[in-house]
Design a protein around this ligand. Structure first.
Ligand code: HAX
Length: 441
């Protein structure tokens, strides 16, 4: 796969030179101001990171290298038996910044197949965990066990020049992406399918092979995986999984350690774990009502009850978005195109019709609209994947594409160790007092 690496070398050298020049000319230019409230509310809206792969607009949603999800569903190469984009193509776009050709995508599929062997000790380490360990714990443990394979860590221990960092980070990123579906499928089959595992099929693309190893043969489940693994990959740099990967990587922790850190963040219920929470919440709603399809009034009551209990309504709200997430819409379209009639998907639609006005009426929720996690589980349930605790692992396999592409860029651009300043509330109080005294003069 030399051509992808060479192409990246060319692109990154060019951007490095541009950044150097820009900093020399405009490094002193001010980019904005921030308030005390922003610091106390998780740095929302504070520009503090450079992430080349994607940019999130609060109204329009995510753009990967400038392309929206509907555009990419048109433009990215597809498998012969499907109509959804291949995640290999999205990875090429994130890394290189250009729409790939069919051949570029085919080359990545072949390269990942070649790199996909997972050493036996990784499975042995997972097998030591109790079966009831959460699938994300098993998945991240597998990735940590696989860190023995890091070429970056080995090269660093040997002694390498800073200029070479990205080459080893690239090798680790490619190996990791090739291997995470196998580890993820192992966790699924171990926990839910009596430890009966399925060997990879090297005739299949990355997403279809993952579907195959999970044990799903429906051609439309393969299509769902292609779409799912494409749209969950990247959401600019400030979300918890991307930021954690970048932060840990900034200490030159290798890509295995950095990805594991990011996935541990993804496993939080306010982030990627929300996808399991949505289905758990819907199943509980159905159970409370004795099964069947609830009415809109019953759903509204259930939302109000959830809020009254001081809980969040999973799948709704976002730290940046202020409209319906285009990743939710892409999944809604998938439902309409491929499935058409399904109880849980219909409930998702009914929640969409009643939840926003109830959430808005609280007066405090900044975004009452659904995010990506509001829909993903319903599609999985339709194809028979009821084990909702597993859903965040699927998200993690996809997220590896985005955060690892960014990590390779970080090393190529020589991004330094991240070390923002922190202050105490005592410091803030003194600062406010001083400012007020100045103003009173
Ligand atoms: N249900 C109930 N309350 C909500 C809410 C929801 N869906 N969304 C926000 N709120 C509450 C917050 O808890 C906060 O309450 P307090 O003032 O009492 O602390 C208040 O509304 C203001 O929050 P906000 O500014 O609108 O939202 P934040 O930027 O702080 O948080 C979250 C964004 C996504 C974490 C939040 O909307 C939430 O908890 N949503 C439900 C969980 C969820 O779906 N997470 C997945 C998000 C997408 C993602 O990362 N996917 O991986």
């Amino acid at each position: 796969m030399e051509s992808l690496k060479n192409k990246f070398r060319e692109k990154s050298m060019q951007l490095s030179a541009e950044i150097k020049d820009m900093l020399a000319k405009h490094g002193n230019m001010k980019l904005g101001e921030y308030t005390i409230e922003q610091i106390y509310s998780g740095m929302k809206g504070v520009i503090g990171l450079i992430t080349e792969t994607s940019k999130l607009d609060p109204i329009e949603g995510i753009r990967f290298r400038g392309y929206s999800i509907p555009e990419l569903r048109q433009l990215l190469p597809k498998a012969k038996d499907g109509n959804e984009p291949l995640p290999e193509g999205l990875f090429y776009l994130l890394l290189i910044g250009e729409i790939p050709t069919e051949e570029d995508v085919k080359n990545i599929t072949i390269d990942w197949q070649r790199r996909s062997n997972v050493p036996k000790h990784v499975f042995d380490v997972i097998d030591e965990l109790p079966l009831d360990a959460h699938p994300m714990t098993q998945f991240v443990t597998g990735i940590m066990a696989m860190q023995t394979e890091s070429v970056f860590a080995k090269a660093y221990a040997r002694g390498i020049s800073k200029k070479e960092y990205w080459e080893y980070a690239y090798e680790d990123a490619m190996n990791l992406i090739a291997r995470v579906p196998r580890v993820a499928a192992y966790v699924y089959r171990r926990k839910y399918k009596n430890n009966v595992h399925i060997e990879p099929d090297y005739n299949l693309d990355w997403a279809a092979n993952f579907a195959h190893m999970l044990g799903y043969s429906d051609v439309n489940f393969k299509n769902l995986m292609r779409l799912y693994l494409t749209i969950h990959a990247d959401h600019e740099g400030g979300n918890v999984s991307a930021h954690a990967t970048h932060l840990v990587g900034s200490a030159l922790s290798d890509p295995y350690l950095s990805l594991a850190a990011g996935l541990n963040g993804l496993a939080g219920p306010l982030h990627g774990l929300a996808n399991q929470e949505v289905i758990k919440w819907i199943f509980q709603l159905k159970e409370n009502l004795g099964g069947g399809l609830p009415t809109k009034e019953q759903i509204a009551e259930y939302i109000k009850k959830t809020l009254a209990e001081g809980k969040v309504v999973p799948g709704y709200g976002h730290a940046v978005l202020r409209k319906t997430d285009p990743r939710f819409i892409a999944q809604q379209e998938f439902y309409r195109n491929y499935i058409k009639k399904d109880d849980v998907c219909e409930i998702v639609q009914m929640i969409y019709e009643v939840a926003p006005s109830i959430l808005e009426a609280t007066g405090k929720i900044k975004n009452p609209w659904p995010n990506v996690d509001a829909h993903s589980g319903a599609l999985l349930v339709h194809y028979g994947m009821f084990e909702y605790e597993y859903y965040t692992v699927l998200f993690g396999v996809s997220r590896a594409l985005g955060v690892l592409a960014s990590l390779v860029w970080d090393r190529a651009l020589g991004m330094p160790i991240e070390r923002p300043s922190s202050v105490t509330t005592e410091w803030v109080k003194n600062y406010i007092a001083k400012q007020l005294a100045e103003q009173a003069k």
